[in-house]
Design a protein around this ligand. Sequence first.
Ligand code: NAD
Length: 352
Amino acid sequence: SQIKKNILITGGAGFIGSHVVRLMVNRYPHYRIVNLDKLTYAGNLANLRDIEKSPNYLFVREDICDFEAMQRVFETYAIDSVIHLAAESHVDRSITDPFSFARTNVMGTLNLLEAARRTWKPGEEHLFYHISTDEVYGSLPFGDILFTEETRYDPHSPYSASKAASDHFVRAYHDTYGLPIVISNCSNNYGPYQFPEKLIPLFINNIRHNKPLPVYGKGENVRDWLYVEDHARAIDLIFHKGKRGDTYNIGGFNEWKNIDLIKVLIRTVDRLLGRKEGESEKLITYVTDRAGHDLRYAIDSTKLKNELGWEPSLQFEEGIEKTVRWYLDNQEWLDEVTSGDYQHYYRKMYGE
Ligand code: NAD
């Protein structure tokens, strides 16, 4: 349909947000996409160079913790829908600075909900879509059990606790005020434009520069990995067709033990750099496990498949190959985003 929409995408300069903004801008020229981002260390407009001149795209630098600014943005741009991704997203940082996670993830979400509630009139067509994580469900033992939409929340890290709290607020606004909402909880994402503090880009970068690969504990923790563009496609689908008030799990049915994933990365980088395959395994360095490290996450996305017909499009090996090539070909982007704040953080975490 050609219905005009004014969509506020928060956190659009971040990793997943930039893929969502790109998809929406390119696919729906009749929508106005307002990207609102504070540009923290994790937000980089360099992630959006290819679309920044599009006539249906607009960038606004604001902090979601500023309620007045949020109200102003809703009014100025006649915002009728929100896709909310802005968050502090790195578990390790949440362990050293839990306050900023509560502020941004909980209070920031509440500010957006309240701005929506005060601006939107009943009977109009609206949607508040909150992007969340599978980490709210806690940890699974090894085996076949998966997180479903009915799994009880059981967060363990300050990051997952803050995301769980924000999910609860979003549902409370639906149940209390009738705000039209939808939530999706996704597994670990990987792909281009991910800030190189997260496992996959960090390790690609370190392998390339022959730096140690810090592996938590014995590397036995299991994560389910999804290519970021597949997540963006799921978000597009849920935004347009998801049942209001519902939750959808998004995952790749693609579980990997950390250490096995790291070996795949090493083989791929070595091969693409013309080194002997597996040569860089010597860089693996086991470090003290992360406090409260969840053993296993695995998500059941059957509902999304059955109701909306979504499936991951890429095999993992294909996705990893694409991703490694992208980071090797985009050293300039890496240099740009890793200058400044990240250097300070990296030294604090891993020494030098
Ligand atoms: P990211 O850290 O790469 O990006 C976050 C963005 O939010 C950045 O651009 C940052 O500048 C912006 N931001 C932070 N605080 C802000 C504030 N106070 N005001 C305005 N903007 C602010 O994160 P990501 O990995 O792209 O994750 C995006 C969302 O998806 C998050 O809500 C996260 O919880 C969720 N999620 C991530 C994953 C994953 O694997 N990365 C998986 C599931 C869900």
